[in-house]
Every structure is written in C-alpha cells, then in structure tokens.
Design a protein around this ligand. Structure first.
Ligand SMILES: Nc1ncnc2c1ncn2[C@@H]1O[C@H](COP(=O)(O)OP(=O)(O)OP(=O)(O)O)[C@@H](O)[C@H]1O
Ligand SMILES: [Mg+2]
Length: 477
C-alpha cells in the first residue's frame, strides 16, 4: 500500500529544501526502516511495495529522488530505471541491489541510474549518497545556467559597433577563435577586453568546456599561485584542504588572465611553463599535472614598458602575444557611441519595463561630445542610471549628465582641440565655441553658458563682443 509521510524539519544545511522521494521496497521491514529514516528529516517520502504502484506514482509526480530495490524485480528493475529517467530526467535514481547483484547494479547504471548502495547498508549511507548527488545536481544546474547566460553575453550579435576599428577587431577574433593560439588583448579600462575574450572562447571549438576568468591584480602573490595552480593540503598555514586550481578547472577549455602585468616574477615563470610544456605542480605538491588549456590574457598597461623596467619577462610576453588584439578607446571611435547607447537603452528599458525608446537630440550630441575616460563601461552605467531615473519616452541630456557644465569642461580638454598657432586663431576658436554652444542650446543663452562653464554675464559680454546674432531671428526679420 502506498503511504505518504511528511514530517518535521529538513536534514542539514546543504539540503535546505524539503525533497520528494519515491521508494520501491518490497520488504515491509526494510521499507518501514528506510521510510522512517528518510522522512525523519522532513522530506516527503512515498513508499510503494510493488512495481505497478511505482509506475503510477512515476507517471503522476516528479520526484527529486527514486530509491528502488533490485531484489525482486530483476530485469524489470532495469526497465524501471530507464522509465524513471525518461519520465523525469532531473530526478535522481538510486538502486538498492542485494549483495550478490553487483552486475545487475552496474547494468542499471548503464541504463541511467545515478548510484547504487549494496545491502546490507546503514540508512545513514543512503542519506550521505543522496546529499552528495543533490549537491552535484545543483552544481550542474548552476553550471548549465551560467553557460546559457554566458553564451548570451558573448554572442557576436551583442558586440555593438560599426566603426572600422571595431570591425577590424572582430575580423581578427573570427579568424583566430578556432585556433589554439594564445591571445593578448590590450586596451584601456572598460573597452571590452573581457567581452572579446569571452567571444573568442564561445566561438572556438572549446566552447562546451569551461571559460575560467582570473584577475591577477585581485590577489597577492602566494594566493594567486594557489588560485591558478591549486595547492596540496598543508602547503601553507591556511591550506587545510587540497585545492584544485583554475588551470585544472579550465582543462580543455580557456583560461582568461586579466591584468596580467600584475603577476609576480615567480608566477610569471610558472605560467610560462604551462604555456611551454602544458604542465605544472600544485603549490606544495610534487605530482606533475598535465593540462590542455588555451590562454587569453589582457592588460591595460604597456607591457613593453614593463619589460623595459624589468617587471615583466620578455619570453612570457612573446608566448602570450602570439596574436595581439588592441581595442581602441571609445573616444577614438565616436561612431560607436550612439549605437551602443541605443543598445543599452533598449536593454535596460526592457529589463526595467520602461517605455523609453530614444534619446533627445540634445542628449545624443552630449553623448558624442563627451570623451568617455571609462569607455563603454562608463557609457553603460550612464545609460543605465538615466533609464532608471526616467519615466518618459525619451532620455534628455540632464538625466545622462546631471553636472553637464563640469562634464563639458573636462570634455573640452585641450587635446581634443587643434592647437591655435596665433592669437587671431584663438579668438576665432572662442567665437566658434560660443556659436556651437548657442546652437546646441537652441540659442538659450543661459544654457549655452552652462555648456561652457561660464557665467551668464560673461556669456552676454562675449556675444556682444563678437557681434553674434541668432541667424533664425535675422532670417525672420
Ligand atoms: N562592443 C560592445 N558592445 C556591447 N557591450 C560592450 C562592448 N564593449 C564592452 N561592452 C560592455 O562594457 C562593459 C565593460 O566591458 P569589459 O568588462 O569587457 O571591459 P574590460 O576592457 O575588460 O575592462 P577592464 O579593463 O576594466 O577590466 C561590459 O558590460 C561589456 O559587456
Ligand atoms: Mg576586464
């Protein structure tokens, strides 16, 4: 007779959620014992004593785990394993064979069972095996989720920009993705180095394997070595367990070493060895570990300068830099600014369920004239904040740049302007700037003064000085 037990609180912290278990046990004494044990921690356990009711329950409900005795069923037990996996591929199947049924249990594993526990067993064993399998299943789930979302993040379609320089970068990426060549990506902060590294991995033959990222600047020397290569138990004071390093996790996949210039000499030597020999030892270990890993690295420092200063090994540099990809700063590819801003606008408006669809012309001009020291990351944050603040259908300049006059003053840095070669030119340039500012502000003097970071009085004075007049007003007259 099927019986349903629900009680108390759950097992341990790892199994915080109550789980649903189906148990097929023909023997009443054993069945009762297992049921009491498993249900004792708050799980829902459905116990059945024959295959027919077992099938009914399998058709009716999805179980987290299905324990089935192989003792009476023989070959039918194998069919049940297969059936359970087909009915609910995410449910765990654990067989309970007799001591002599090892071969049958192995065949059950071949048909999809996740584990078996031979009799006689202590019920505690069931609990331990189940906890392990559940943990493994949740890691697989998390991994699957990450892969799915990472795939989305790193699709070529989501790399926005139509500038010649970005097109060149993408052409190189497509060409080299499939090779195993090491790639060094240079570029200022926020230009998209990590995005490009991800795109390379997800468009390579290694895409089904791990893409592991390590920021070399985030960890001190010894910690970075243990992060990269792992360590053996007792390798240093706090090493109370063995640890698998990132190179091992990236086996058959890709490792992305960010801010590579920040590695110590000893770590540099070890990374060089992995590149040359594809092998290393864990910190405090003697066993040599072989790996097949593709290396992509990135830096926003000038590595040649680091080599000149003897802070970076030149032999490592040449190994890392088989292919070099330089991502230019956003201010050097201004035609990418608006497409990127529109892309972020659509994305964040969608995520936040806002009806925003566009930027005002003024906002567009402001975005294009700003020099973006934080590159695309800064642009993305700027648009995200503006989307968050805005309830209308178009983003105005004020939401993007609340302190526009200061921003403008920075943007007007002298490097962006041609150097005047005579006093007369300087005067011309001032007049041109004032005309520009008036044009941008639709001839509202107060706003034009804000653009230039000067007072209204000074603005008025300059307009008089240069005899500037609103052309529309002149025409209408
Ligand atoms: N061409 C692009 N299209 C769409 N999004 C981009 C593009 N380039 C960069 N981004 C986005 O800009 C942000 C910054 O990019 P990323 O983290 O790759 O920069 P980075 O060069 O690695 O920066 P850092 O040197 O600071 O680590 C990310 O959110 C990324 O998705
Ligand atoms: Mg980065």
């Amino acid at each position: 007779m099927p019986r349903l037990f629900e009680r108390g609180i759950s097992w341990d912290q790892r199994m915080a959620a109550v789980i649903k278990i189906l148990l097929l046990e023909y023997d009443r004494v054993a069945g009762k014992e297992i049921l009491d044990y498993l249900a004792g921690d708050g799980n829902t356990v459905q116990w059945v004593t024959d295959q027919e009711s077992c099938l009914q329950w399998l058709n009716q409900e999805a179980f987290d785990a299905f324990f089935l005795s192989l003792e009476q069923g023989g070959e039918d037990g194998l069919e049940l394993v297969e059936y359970a996996k087909k009915a609910n591929s995410f449910g765990l199947v654990i067989c309970l064979p007799s001591h002599e049924q090892t071969r049958l249990a192995l065949r059950a594993m071949g048909r999809g069972a996740d584990a078996y526990v031979k009799r006689p067993f202590d019920c505690e064993e069931l609990k331990v095996i189940l906890a392990r399998l559940l943990e493994h299943r949740s890691l697989l789930g998390a991994n699957f989720y990450l892969r799915r979302t990472q795939d989305l993040i790193y699709r070529f379609d989501d790399i926005i920009g139509s500038s010649q320089s970005l097109k060149k970068v993408l052409a190189v990426v497509r060409k080299v993705a499939y090779s195993n060549a090491s790639i060094l990506i240079d570029g200022e902060t926020g230009t998209g180095k990590e995005l490009i590294a991800g795109a390379i991995h997800y468009n390579s033959s290694r895409r089904e394997k791990n893409f592991i990222k390590v920021n070399c600047a985030a960890l001190q020397d010894t910690l970075l070595e243990s992060e990269l290569f792992g360590h053996e138990k007792g390798a240093f004071t706090s090493a109370d367990k063995q640890r698998v390093g990132r190179f091992e996790q990236a086996n058959f996949g890709t490792i992305f070493l960010d801010e590579i210039a920040d590695m110590s000499a000893s770590t540099q030597a070890k990374v060089l060895r992995v590149l040359q020999e594809q092998e290393f030892e864990r910190v405090g270990g003697t066993k040599t570990i072989k790996v097949d890993v593709r290396l992509i690295s990135a830096t926003n420092k000038d590595l040649k300068e680091e080599i000149a200063q003897k802070r970076f090994r030149d032999d490592l540099y040449y190994r890392l830099n088989v292919v070099n990809i330089f991502i230019p700063p956003l201010r050097e590819r201004t035609e990418d600014i608006l497409p990127l801003a529109q892309y972020f606008l659509r994305r964040f408006a969608g995520e936040l369920s806002k009806k925003l669809t566009d930027l005002t012309p003024d906002a567009q001009r402001a975005l294009e004239s700003y020099h973006w020291p934080g590159n695309i990351r800064e642009l993305r944050n700027t648009v995200e904040r503006a989307v968050l603040l805005n309830e209308g259908d178009r983003i105005p300049r004020e939401d993007l740049f609340p302190n526009w006059s200061e921003t403008q003053a920075v943007a007007m840095d002298t490097a962006a302007l041609p150097m005047p070669d005579s006093v007369q030119r300087l005067v011309d340039m001032e007049k041109r700037l004032i005309l520009d500012a008036l044009d941008k502000s639709n001839w509202v003097q107060k706003e034009a003064a804000l653009y230039l970071g000067i007072s209204r009085r000074v603005m008025h004075y300059k307009i008089q000085k240069y005899g500037i007049r609103n052309p529309n007003w002149v025409k209408n007259k």
